[in-house]
Ligand binder design. Structure first.
Ligand SMILES: Cc1ncc(C[n+]2csc(CCOP(=O)(O)OP(=O)(O)O)c2C)c(N)n1
Ligand SMILES: [Mg+2]
Length: 657
């Protein structure tokens, strides 16, 4: 309450209401080592009600994590490590970024899934080297959010017995008493998901919480939710139990009154040594970790190869032979002669790289056959058997994506998951958090334009390419054939950050390339067809529009014009190339420029400039055959030729406005 008061900003209510629960969990039960927050077999803790950030910072400080009292004092100030909402910082014990309600819970489901899968892969009789819990704090808001349904239904189905949720059932959210908008029978709801429910626990009674925690840990077949009745702002004599404590400082007088009411006579930010000593988990944590390390050494003696593999996986390194695997996948695609949808090329790439990547966890939100996300040899995860490497997430795009974030954050796995590009919107905030945290998740988005055809405008993405490109840290690849698809997979795997692979439903012909052009695909944009001398005009295209541009450019060049075609599968990576390379591909002097992409034109103006043109799609699609829709919306070779003819009529070299 002092930190919130000093910042005059923040949320004191939930931290005060959940303090007793936190004390029971963190001061003796949670398996963690403040001296090494990244010990791989630590319990994972997620504060899904991220507005209660001050609770997490207090716990980290008291337990002896490398977070000084100065940081607590500087809560919410620019440059402090105590941001308004917790921001992923593994070196500090912050497992994930939370604040968007419900998503931390879904991350935790992913973490618990990861634990279960890794245990199935690496544990051997007598050697439970992967054996930890995932604990989550959630509030009313998390459980009102739809994603909690997706994630918790999945957790029940997959019997995540080491997932334990503490529900801060305080009956209050921002607008006041939740009775007016949230009357679910939460206990029945979670029973229906197949969870163990420990209802009506007094969250301000440490013994009751401790007993519930023991019962939760004893249940290994089902996840547990402990519904803790608490009082928001507990201890503040005049404000506790009211919405006033949710999201603003208590006020100087109420802070003083609280000190008196709870018998805490100390100055703000001064914690008596004996109190800190009582909380300090460093010795206990170091002992726990060193016991695990000794255990791991014995595991290493018994299973040396598994131990080496476990270390590699938890470091996040790709296999030693990865470079040759990636090269083989690209080479195999370069041999292709038949036209293929890039979603099919993607599957062919997975057939090569999948078996070489035991850390790979595939999946789809119930569109496996359309996303082509399975490959030869994948085995589905089942409720009974966690040794598989493919997850049928069901129709849960948001839950899938947030769970993938949780798996990637846990470590040891590289998740990829598919849906239609148009439904990336359903998952969008999890994509955003993946970008914010820079986690390695691979989003396979197929059916990437009006080219998908008959399903019509509800299923045809228009603005999605542009809107995903607008997200900081995101890279989006829209390959035009098998080679570009293989390169985009390799780039996605080698990147520490999220990647969207945007793939077609319809077949695209393979493009011929020199070895240099093939190597340059990695640069995100490269010259696919060049002309003799300085180009009069540049054409930029991605994905399914590259094959429309190729004949148009070739025909004009044969008639003596000088047109260059640039394939630009990944604008973000191209933009990150050095100036000299970018200039060599897109010479500044050439101002006649045309971009062709079956999507919103917005992302292309930065490349074509004010003298350029964009052949894009600025309206919703329609229901019909893909082969009818492309010409209907102007995506034909003739139209590219017409646009180029218009451009060529313009005087050359106009200064860019
Ligand atoms: C997805 C999302 N929507 C809205 C918010 C804004 N918000 C922050 S806390 C909160 C109310 C949460 O209520 P509850 O979880 O009961 O928290 P309590 O007031 O009990 O601390 C809201 C709407 C948010 N952080 N995330
Ligand atoms: Mg609440």
């Amino acid at each position: 309450m002092d930190a919130v008061q000093r910042a005059n900003s923040g949320h004191p209510g939930a931290p005060m209401g959940m303090a007793d629960i936190a004390e029971v969990l963190w001061n003796g039960v949670l398996k963690h080592n403040p001296g090494n927050p990244q010990w791989v077999d630590r319990d994972r803790f997620v504060l899904s009600n991220g507005h209660a950030s001050m609770l997490l910072y207090s716990l980290l400080y008291l337990c002896g994590y490398p977070l000084g009292i100065e940081e607590i004092r500087n809560f919410r100030q620019l440059g402090s490590r105590t941001a308004g909402h917790p921001e992923h910082e593994p070196a500090l014990g912050i497992e994930t970024t939370t604040g968007p309600l419900g998503q931390g819970l879904a991350n935790a489901v992913g973490m618990a899934l990861a634990e279960k899968m890794l245990a199935a892969q690496f544990n051997r009789p007598g050697f439970q080297i992967v054996d930890h819990h995932t604990y989550v704090f959630v509030g009313d808001g998390c459980l009102m959010e739809g994603i909690s349904h997706e994630a918790c239904s999945l957790a029940g189905t997959f019997r995540l017995g080491k997932l334990i949720v503490f529900y801060d059932e305080n009956g209050i959210s921002i607008d006041g008493k939740v009775d007016g908008w949230f009357r679910d029978d939460t206990a029945k709801r979670f029973e229906a998901y197949g969870w163990q429910v420990l209802a009506e626990v007094d969250g301000n009674d440490s013994d009751a919480v401790a007993a519930a925690l023991t019962a939760a840990r004893a249940q290994t077949q089902r996840p547990t939710i402990i519904c803790c009745r608490t009082v928001i702002g507990w201890g503040a004599p005049n404000k506790q139990g009211t919405k006033a404590t949710h999201g603003e400082a208590l006020g100087v007088e109420e802070v003083a009154a609280t000190r008196k009411a709870i018998g805490w006579p100390y100055e703000p930010f001064s914690i008596p040594d004996e109190v800190r000593a009582g909380w300090d988990q460093r010795r206990r944590g170091a002992a726990a970790e060193s016991a695990w390390r000794e255990f791991f050494l014995r595991y290493r003696d018994a299973h040396p190869e598994l131990a080496r593999e476990f270390d590699r996986r938890m470091r996040g390194d790709l296999p030693q032979n990865w470079a040759s695997t990636a090269a083989a996948a690209i080479a195999a695609m370069a041999k292709e002669t038949a036209a293929k949808a890039t979603r099919q090329s993607s599957q062919a790439v997975l057939d090569v790289i999948g078996p070489a990547l035991p850390e790979f966890v595939g999946g789809s939100a119930d569109l496996t056959g359309s996303n082509n996300t399975n490959f030869k040899g994948v085995r589905a995860l089942t409720p009974e058997d966690a040794s598989g490497n493919y997850i049928h997430y069901g129709v849960r795009e948001f839950g899938m994506t947030a769970a993938m974030n949780g798996m990637a954050l846990h470590g040891g796995l590289i998740p990829y998951g598919g849906t239609f590009l148009v439904f990336s919107d359903y998952a969008r905030n999890a994509v955003r958090l993946a970008s914010l945290m820079k986690v390695r998740v691979i989003l396979v988005y197929t059916h990437d334009s009006i080219g998908l055809g008959e399903d019509g405008p509800t299923h045809q993405p228009v603005e999605h390419l542009t809107s995903l490109r607008a997200m900081p840290n995101m890279t989006l690849w829209r390959p035009c054939d098998g080679v570009e698809t293989a390169v985009s997979w390799a780039a996605a795997l080698e990147r520490h950050g999220p990647t969207a692979l945007v793939l077609t439903r319809q077949a695209l012909p393979p493009q011929p390339r020199t070895p240099q052009q093939q190597a340059d695909v990695r640069r995100g944009g490269y010259v696919l067809i060049d002309c003799a001398g300085t180009p009069e005009c540049l054409v930029l295209a991605t994905g399914s529009e590259v094959p429309l541009a190729v004949p148009a450019v070739n025909a004009l060049n044969s008639s003596g014009r000088r047109i260059r075609l640039v394939s630009m599968p990944c604008t973000e990576i191209f933009a990150a190339q050095d100036e000299a390379y970018r200039e060599s591909v897109l010479p500044r002097a050439v101002t006649r420029r045309l971009a062709v992409e079956a999507g919103a034109p917005l992302s292309w103006w930065q490349y074509v400039g004010t003298e350029g043109r964009v052949l894009g799609l600025d309206r919703f699609g329609a229901s019909g055959k893909g082969s009818d829709l492309f010409p209907h919306f102007g995506f034909t070779v003739d139209n590219v030729t017409r646009e180029l003819a218009e451009l060529l009529r313009q005087p050359e070299g106009l200064p860019q406005r």
